[in-house]
Design a protein around this ligand. Structure first.
Ligand code: B1M
Length: 214
């Protein structure tokens, strides 16, 4: 455990310079990058979400905090990738149609890359047809779908249905994640698993590769 108060406060305040400086000083003090993310950055974004829900902060504030967090992730990204390097498999990842939240999805992509996966990140607001095209082109072992809104989680089912209709579903594993979804929902829509966070997402991806015998 480390003192994450200053880092968290800087994320909540949406101050990218302070976030970068605090991240650098924690790294210098020997705090592992994963701990900075899991114990400092993510809980801070939860605080921002609560403040938004309570009407204490507004959309521009969310954006400032999101940008500040992205700055920190950019610093931490190369350090995460140093941990493991062997190529493990291919993943196509994206936030589903209608949804622009991308921090969690980016984090999952970074952790997968760190574990040696080749990740194609399709970005946000990705239509089912765009996932289908990417699967045809990249031939991934795993498709990862992210959604943070209750209004967009239905697009996960639409995407899986599109993969089924294109005859691509049986050859790959589908993982879903994001604040809006659960293991129960994964089962309901025919996904193979729900990843509650980026660390578990990597564990699941490794398990999938073993099941695929790849
Ligand atoms: Co939005 N937003 N937002 N927002 N936003 C939430 C999600 C909300 C919970 C806030 C709240 O009310 N408390 C709420 C959703 C309510 C609901 O649907 N039940 C909400 C809302 C309502 C909205 C708008 C509708 C607001 C409006 O316009 N009135 C709007 C929608 C826009 C759209 O998408 N069409 C909107 C907009 C935005 C911003 C653009 C301003 C900004 C996003 C900026 C960006 O991403 N570049 C934003 C933000 C920042 C948030 C909160 C505050 C933080 C999200 C975040 O980045 N968390 C969020 C509140 C919250 O979640 N606490 C909120 C940090 C991130 C690391 O966590 O993304 O959960 P998360 O990812 C985790 C896990 O979920 C998991 O691993 C990650 C790491 O552990 N995971 C996966 C995620 N994807 C995965 C995929 C996997 C596996 C695991 O496998 C493939």
């Amino acid at each position: 455990m480390f003192d994450s108060v200053a880092l968290s406060a800087a994320v909540v305040a949406g101050d990218p310079d302070k976030v970068k400086a605090e991240t650098a000083s924690l790294l210098e003090a020997g705090v592992p990058p994963k701990d900075i993310i899991e114990q400092g950055l993510i809980p801070a974004m939860d605080v921002v979400g609560e403040k938004f829900q309570e009407g204490e902060v507004f959309i521009p504030d969310l954006l400032f905090s999101a940008r500040a967090m992205s700055e920190a992730l950019a610093t931490l990204r190369p350090l995460l990738s140093e941990e493991e390097t062997a190529a493990s498999g291919r993943v196509v990842l994206g936030t589903v149609k209608g949804d622009v939240h991308d921090i969690g999805k980016k984090l999952v992509g970074m952790m997968l890359e760190g574990a040696g996966f080749e990740v194609t990140d399709l970005g946000t607001d990705v239509a089912p047809s765009a996932f289908v095209e990417a699967v045809k082109e990249k031939r991934p072992h795993i498709v990862g779908l992210s959604a943070l809104l209750t209004t967009t989680m239905g697009q996960m089912k639409n995407t899986i249905d599109a993969l089924v209709e294109s005859g691509l579903r049986d050859d790959l594993k589908v993982m879903i994640g994001g604040a809006a979804v659960s293991e129960e929902y994964a089962t309901q829509i025919g996904a193979d698993a729900h990843g509650p966070d980026a660390t578990v997402a990597v564990e699941l991806a490794r398990k999938f590769m073993a099941e695929l015998g790849a």
